[in-house]
Design a protein around this ligand. Structure first.
Ligand SMILES: Cc1cc2nc3c(=O)[nH]c(=O)nc-3n(C[C@H](O)[C@H](O)[C@H](O)COP(=O)(O)OP(=O)(O)OC[C@H]3O[C@@H](n4cnc5c(N)ncnc54)[C@H](O)[C@@H]3O)c2cc1C
Length: 395
């Protein structure tokens, strides 16, 4: 093993065991002080994205966490990036904002960094890192979700080398405000997944329509909607990677997204846990703090156990990326675990606080709604289990 790789693994192990790591703590303190200062109950009700907070994150360099320094980002320090995302989720109560941030960093930006041409990177990365432009990663369609490669979108190559793009993408993070989208479409339908290509499409191109914000159950402050492509002419320079490489680009990006997208939620779980402990110590029933009842104490112990479990799988996945083996398996497991424990712990946080946990004004019930999306985005747990089973030689 190379010295660099050994050091990266060492950094990840140190990050994993240190719950009070300075990088995480400092980010949490900063986020608590500078983000989510608005009325979040109202923002949630109005599905309102926090543009000012986004810009603050940009100024602190958070939008470049996974972008190498040569491209204007913070570098390739995965341990620092994960600790920062955890701290962000811990300190910022706007889970929609932190999910949106992780989603953009781990989908469109990763795709541009790994597969983009110099020209594509030069055109889009500076605005994305500065927080002045937004990007969407557009794969899902009304009739192709889990079966992602069965898409209906088509990009037909024209004699001059450009493509005519037609399709409808649905349930897309950032769709309503994206300046650019990475769009997957079939350039050779008869070749199945080998015929899928990815394009970097400027939203100002004639024929591109962005939907209004579509209301959803949770993470309402994440802009979310659909994209329509109606006879959009995209130049050959818009191709991301080679023609026909779309499926492998998608798989590579999703391995990264599944591995790390829950990092802010892991931080949010730590916040929920601290609030539950506080409440259990102070809320009196039957003449004693409710934390004195074993039922409540065990509930809090279970929240702690789930938080640690999610962290272990998160850092385990990061180690798989560093070593370069077992990545799809580790990413799928991280996704399954984080999705499940996120909901269970948000529900327990609600249980601990009784009716207070159920009322919107105390901002605890929102955590449950925010966590449910984790059962769907980046692939459902059913589909993740299919993937794990396939890697084990069954299913
Ligand atoms: C908050 C959020 C953000 C999102 N952001 C994006 C984005 O930015 N870009 C993007 O492209 N997409 C995005 N999506 C869409 C998401 O990727 C899809 O919703 C997801 O892949 C599931 O597809 P589907 O909704 O069509 O469900 P379906 O695939 O129709 O699944 C419905 C049910 O059937 C089960 N099922 C389906 N196939 C199988 C199978 N083979 N084996 C076992 N069970 C199966 C599923 O587990 C699920 O329970 C987002 C979704 C959400 C909720």
């Amino acid at each position: 093993m190379s010295a660099d790789r050994g050091r990266e693994l060492g950094d990840l192990a140190a990050a994993m065991v240190d719950l009070d790591h300075p990088t995480k703590r400092e980010t949490a303190v900063w986020a608590r002080r500078h983000l989510a200062q608005r009325d979040l109950v109202a923002a949630d009700a109005r599905s309102e994205f926090a543009l000012d907070d986004w810009r603050r994150c940009a100024e602190r360099g958070l939008l470049g966490l996974f972008v190498p320094q040569r491209l204007g980002g913070a570098g390739d320090d995965v341990a620092a990036a994960l600790l920062t995302l955890e701290g962000l989720g811990q300190g910022c109560a706007d889970n929609g904002l932190t999910y949106a941030l992780a989603s953009q960093l781990l989908s469109t930006q990763i795709a541009l960094v790994r597969f983009g041409t110099d020209e594509q990177q030069r055109e889009w990365l500076p605005g994305l890192l500065a927080g002045t432009s937004f990007a969407a990663f557009a794969m899902t369609e009304p009739d192709s979700g889990s079966d992602a490669f069965a898409m209906a979108s088509r990009a037909e190559r024209r004699p001059d080398g450009s493509y005519r793009l037609n399709g409808h993408k649905s349930y897309i993070t950032f769709a309503p405000i994206c300046d650019m989208s990475i769009v997957f479409a079939s350039t050779r339908p008869e070749a199945g997944s080998w015929g899928i290509s990815a394009f970097v499409v400027d939203s100002s191109s004639p024929g591109v329509t962005r939907s209004e914000v579509r209301p959803k159950m949770g993470m309402r402050t994440t802009p979310f909607g659909d994209l329509d492509f109606d006879d959009v002419i995209v130049p050959p320079t818009a191709l991301l990677g080679r023609e026909g490489a779309g499926a492998s680009i998608f798989a590579a990006v999703l391995d990264v997204e599944r591995s790390y997208v829950f990092a802010p939620q892991v931080g949010a779980m730590e916040r929920q846990l601290a609030e539950a402990i506080d409440y259990a110590r102070t809320r009196q029933q039957g003449g004693r703090p409710i934390g004195g009842y074993q039922a409540v104490a065990h509930r809090i112990a279970a929240m702690k156990e789930r938080h640690e479990r999610a962290r272990l799988f998160l850092y385990r996945a990061a180690m798989a990326h560093v070593v370069g083996s077992d990545v799809p398996m580790a990413a799928a497991l991280a996704k399954i675990v984080a999705g499940d424990v996120g909901i269970e712990s948000a529900l327990d946080a609600t249980r601990v606080q009784g009716a207070r946990g159920y009322l919107s004004e105390f901002e605890i019930e929102r955590g449950v709604r925010d966590a449910v999306g984790g059962l769907v985005y980046s692939g459902t747990p059913d589909v993740m289990r299919n993937l794990v089973a396939r890697h084990l030689g069954v299913g």
